[in-house]
Design a binder for this molecule. Structure first.
Ligand code: TEU
Ligand code: CA
Length: 529
């Protein structure tokens, strides 16, 4: 089978505020990213997804864009972006931008114009109603904001500073496609598409995801933007199940390459307090979701394999209690690499980065977390309980400055970082790991090189996936079968040793030496045929 370029990517996600600061203002920037391109190349990643770096008042870390064509001054200049594209190209690394087109910032000129009156050309770029209904915002509270001068409410599915765009308006759609083409023409490799499932929203029916016209818009976008280009697209879809994934990613439908699905993580959120009060982790439930995803409709769709991103606490902490965090990081990435689909690395996974230890409320900055410090109090939780719920589960946990070395705050900045560094940056950092053969970083490099080999890659991309030991509370194991090849994958997803079922067979790759027992987090990959 012919492998398409987008299919064989290993994508590295950068949260630019936190990756590398080049000028000492405490905020990561594009020049910082440029200075680390060799690091990313050396790791083996082939593309970089950069969370938004466009002009923004930063009410939601840049997911509130006020100008789609300008780089925000805190991240640098448009010339820096040109340089980044050039330098990345030299290294054969694709740059994937974050496309945030469900909403803009309230400071975007379109919204500022829209506020001027109902007959303004841009008024219909947003979603207005005479009356609010009960629709809630993802960040807490109601999703409608009243504008007295217009005597109307506008929709904001996220913060009130993020008014929702009206995709029913063809003029808006044309403007967005033009902007996408502008960046692709400049040499960008593609887009990660923020909450793309919300484009078809029908707020009067309280429908936010998977609305009536969603796929029409995505097909139109494909035709006006992606058609004829070799570009990469991944949509963020919290509401996509294994069947609706086809609607987005069946190649015949011409929409997107792949989508991020989140139920593997969100299934542990509680009914009442969602992410703030998760239920205990359960490996069997995790496997149920991930295996189902692997065996359902995979011939007509494609998976995006990930554990972490800038919105989720690190999976090594949520899912691997009692295990060594660094060994857990190796294990999780090995799973991403050997499941069918495209693996994503979130910055810091490759060194096994952890969370900061938040000591007081003021150290927490994320808008969702700050809103919920209040919302959860209103629900009757004590101040102490709220602090615990929010500090352990908030998005800031993944957004810490990156740990490059053991100097102050992990060498991320010569100034004061905008957010607290992880608690153990002095021992968990790139400098400490780069020359250590047993480190997480070395493992990631070796694993990527192994997976991308000519005789392995077709099997991981196109082979059948056969779940094994679904009821085991400790192993994560499966077969991959392609033509006459068969590979067995086993990881010990538990704190205690397990028995190795394939001892003595042909070992292809491992994170631990072969033995009768596999230690906690150990991964072994065998050729069985
Ligand atoms: O995330 C969408 C989204 O629904 C998340 O906000 C998620 O529900 C939440 O983080 C879980 O706690 C995207 C971006 O990834 C996120 O960073 C943005 O804040 C959001 O869209 C709005 O643009
Ligand atoms: Ca900076």
């Amino acid at each position: 089978m012919n492998i398409k370029k987008w299919q064989k990517q290993i994508v590295y996600q950068i949260y630019p505020r936190s990756f590398k600061d080049s000028n000492g203002d405490g905020i990561g920037d594009l020049k910082g990213i440029i200075s680390k391109l060799d690091y990313i190349k050396d790791l083996g990643a082939t593309a970089i997804w950069i969370s938004p770096c466009f002009a923004s008042p930063m009410k939601d870390g840049g997911y509130d864009i006020s100008d789609y064509r300008s780089i925000d001054p805190i991240f640098g200049t448009n010339a820096d972006m040109d340089e980044l594209l050039l330098e990345a190209k030299k290294r054969d690394i694709g740059i994937i931008l974050d496309l945030v087109v469900n909403h803009t910032s309230d400071q975007h000129v379109w919204f500022q114009e829209a506020l001027k009156g109902k007959d303004n050309h841009y008024h219909d770029y947003y979603v207005w109603r005479k009356k609010a209904n009960t629709l809630g915002s993802v960040f807490g509270g109601n999703a409608w904001e009243y504008v007295p001068a217009l005597d109307e409410y506008y929709l904001h599915l996220f913060a009130k500073e993020q008014p929702d765009l009206n995709w029913e308006n063809p003029k808006l759609r044309e403007d967005i496609y033009e902007m996408m083409n502008y960046w692709l023409d400049k040499g960008v490799y593609g887009f990660r598409m923020d909450v793309i499932e919300n484009l078809g929203k029908q707020p009067d029916l309280l429908i936010t995801t998977n609305g009536e016209h969603l796929h029409e818009y995505l097909q139109e976008m494909h035709q006006k933007v992606y058609e004829g280009r070799e570009a990469f697209s991944v949509g963020e879809c919290w509401g996509a199940d294994d069947h609706t994934r086809i609607l987005y990613t069946d190649p015949d439908r011409k929409e997107l390459n792949m989508v991020f699905q989140f139920s593997f993580f969100a299934q542990f959120w509680s009914q009442k307090n969602g992410k703030w009060n998760p239920s205990p982790f359960d490996l069997i439930k995790l496997k149920e979701v991930l295996f189902h995803k692997q065996i359902t409709e995979t011939k007509r769709s494609w998976n995006a394999n990930f554990w972490d991103n800038h919105d989720l606490p690190r999976a090594t902490i949520s899912f691997c209690k009692g295990m060594d965090r660094k060994e857990a990081s190796k294990m999780l990435f090995a799973i991403s690499c050997f499941e069918q689909g495209t693996p994503f690395i979130y910055q810091g996974d490759e060194i096994g980065m952890g969370h900061p230890l938040f000591l007081k409320e003021e150290e927490i900055v994320d808008v969702e977390a700050r809103n919920n410090l209040t919302c959860l109090r209103d629900q009757g939780f004590s101040k102490e309980d709220v602090f615990k719920m929010v500090s352990l589960n908030c998005r800031d946990n993944a957004r810490t400055p990156f740990s490059w070395d053991s100097t102050k705050d992990g060498g991320f900045s010569t100034g004061t970082p905008w957010l607290k560094a992880p608690a153990d940056y002095q021992t968990c950092n790139v400098e400490a790991e780069k020359n250590d053969e047993t480190s997480v970083l070395s493992f990631f490099k070796k694993l990527i090189a192994f997976r991308q080999k000519e005789d392995i890659l077709p099997l991981v991309l196109f082979g059948d996936f056969i779940p094994l030991a679904e009821d085991s509370p400790s192993s994560f194991s499966f077969l991959r079968v392609y033509k006459d090849q068969e590979i067995g994958f086993i990881a010990n997803f538990s704190p205690s040793p397990i028995t190795n079922p394939w001892e003595g067979k042909e070992l292809l790759f491992g994170s631990v030496p072969e033995d009768r027992y596999i230690p906690s987090c150990g991964v072994l990959i065998y050729r069985l045929k």
